[in-house]
Design a protein around this ligand. Structure first.
Ligand SMILES: Nc1nc2c(c(=O)[nH]1)N[C@H]1C(S)=C(S)[C@@H](COP(=O)(O)O)O[C@H]1N2
Ligand SMILES: [Mo]
Length: 160
């Protein structure tokens, strides 16, 4: 391979994959283009960054809730109280991560329309990896980019 071809390959990079793991009956690894198989939603957001000020972006992608339900979280769907101890850990390739509660995105509770974005400002995220989009957040810190792992954890118990 020529040096220029090798350099182009490096610049483009491989397709990113995100792992869905934890307390789910169907753990999975998926590419950004596989995230197109859920209904897609479009949102315009603005958020404040402590270092770079107000940012405005357009995102498209499936609801995080829809994708996680497909993975089969380990609760009884008919029992709403069962879901309240579930957490969702979202992790980026650079190590930045955040926790959401299941109830935050559950249509029976917080109903936050959180997306697992596959495009930002019309640019596909196939190589960068999906980005978490939380239109309800004033601050940008949870807009985790380059997501490589999403872990559902139903094992939380309060230590009193
Ligand atoms: N993977 C990853 N995602 C991240 C961050 C980060 O450090 N790593 N920073 C967050 C912060 S603090 C902000 S404000 C938004 C927007 O950052 P940007 O302006 O650098 O795009 O990305 C968020 N997503
Ligand atoms: Mo930020």
């Amino acid at each position: 391979m020529s040096d220029s071809l090798a350099a182009a390959g490096t610049a483009a990079g491989p397709m990113a994959e995100v792992a869905l793991t934890g307390d789910v009956s169907r753990p999975a690894r998926m590419t950004v283009s596989e995230l197109l198989s859920w209904p897609q939603h479009r949102v315009r957001v603005s958020f404040d960054c402590a270092t770079s000020g107000i940012q405005r972006h357009r995102f498209t992608g499936p609801f995080l809730h829809d994708v996680l339900v497909s993975a089969g979280p380990a609760f009884d769907p008919a029992r709403r109280k069962d879901r309240l101890r579930f957490l969702i850990a979202v992790h980026g390739v650079d190590g930045h991560h955040a926790l959401l509660s299941w109830a935050e995105i559950d249509p029976d509770f917080g109903r936050a329309p959180v997306l697992l974005a596959v495009t930002i400002d019309d640019t596909p995220l196939d190589r960068a990896g999906p980005q978490l989009v939380l239109p309800q957040d004033r601050c940008g810190a949870r807009y985790i980019s380059g997501i490589d792992t999403i872990r559902v954890d139903g094992g939380y118990t309060l230590r009193t």
